[in-house]
Design a binder for this molecule. Structure first.
Ligand SMILES: Nc1ncnc2c1ncn2[C@@H]1O[C@H](COP(=O)(O)OP(=O)(O)O)[C@@H](O)[C@H]1O
Ligand SMILES: CC(=O)N[C@@H](CCC(=O)OP(=O)(O)O)C(=O)O
Length: 288
């Protein structure tokens, strides 16, 4: 029994070798957020995966959200929270809260967790090193969204500097314009733009569902591969809806901008990042 188990363990490690070689020195952008970030054990499993990948030579960039935490804090401060087309209407008071929660609380908690997992992490937001420049974004029907930002420029240098010095950059998606106004940027969108600018090998968007499903209430209907040219048809058919729409748009943009592999994976599955990165099958929905 012990011998069989040892053989299986050895085989799993050996099977990972070609993938470790493939990703060696390549950039992998992981977006972590939403409800996938609220469970403590799963959060530790995600940190373990990131530290492991970075120790075997993958240049991991962690871009995080924190929507549920922003909503909690806005509620405690009695500031109204509403979403238009999946984006949070962000007035002047709310943008301060977003900045505090994302760059102050969530970012530092992730850095601290990675550090305690014996990773070398460096937290920053889009304002640091003039990384993310944004302008005001309007809603899908031209609605005012307050200080929600549309990224107009990504300066990849601070990210590369951190990577080249052996750090895992941990990025909160707050951006600025040329006048110093801060903007709230959706974390999926920011991750896609950052991955494209870095010419990343792989972009992984973690969420709290198995991936893109033909029927969103039936996990057995997972679509494992999607060609980006099929997306307009899937939208017309109503298969892609709600929070999945901006996520899929990000995947399409990342693939079109040259990211080699983009996937939406289930953050509720322990070690889903390792399965996605170090196996042929992957997990979730892959876009190409
Ligand atoms: N075809 C689909 N397949 C999977 N999820 C879908 C689909 N259409 C809509 N959704 C919804 O999109 C949600 C994921 O988006 P969202 O909640 O914004 O993610 P996150 O909080 O991780 O950023 C799913 O929980 C699901 O309710
Ligand atoms: C403009 C906009 O909607 N910004 C998001 C930023 C955080 C985010 O994207 O977090 P998740 O990935 O956890 O959803 C927000 O305020 O919730």
């Amino acid at each position: 029994m012990g011998e069989i188990l040892n053989n299986v363990r050895a085989q799993v490690l050996v099977d990972a070798l070609p993938y470790i070689q493939k990703y060696n020195n390549k950039i992998l952008v992981v977006k972590y957020g939403g409800n996938a970030m609220t469970n403590k054990e799963l959060k530790q499993a995600v940190m373990d995966d990131i530290v492991l990948l970075s120790l075997v030579g993958v240049k991991v960039v962690l871009v995080h959200g924190g929507g549920p935490e922003i909503s909690d804090m806005l509620k405690r401060l009695n500031i109204e929270s509403k979403f238009i087309g999946g984006l949070r209407y962000t007035d002047e008071a709310a943008v301060d809260v977003v900045k505090m929660v994302l760059s102050g609380k969530v970012n530092k908690e992730l850095v601290s967790l990675l550090t305690r997992t014996r990773g070398k992490a460096l937290g920053m937001c889009g304002i640091d090193g003039h990384m993310l420049t944004a302008e005001r974004k309007l809603g899908p029907n031209g609605e005012d969204l307050g200080f929600v930002g549309d990224i107009v420029k990504v300066n990849e240098q601070p990210i590369l500097d951190a990577l080249n010095n052996g750090y895992i950059p941990v990025i909160a998606t707050v951006a600025t314009d040329e006048f110093g106004q801060s903007y709230n940027v959706n974390a999926d969108t920011a991750a896609a733009r950052i991955a494209a600018q870095l010419r990343a090998e792989n972009l992984i968007l973690m969420t709290d569902i198995a991936g893109l499903l033909r029927d969103k209430d039936d996990p057995s209907t997972l679509i494992p591969f999607v060609n980006v040219s099929e997306v307009p048809f899937l939208k017309r058919k109503g298969i892609i809806s709600g929070g999945m729409i901006p996520k899929i748009d990000c995947c399409v943009e990342a693939v079109r901008r040259g990211v080699k592999k983009t996937a939406i994976i289930d953050g509720r599955v322990p070690h889903s990042i390792l399965i996605e990165t170090l196996s042929n099958e992957g997990i979730g929905t892959q876009f190409r």
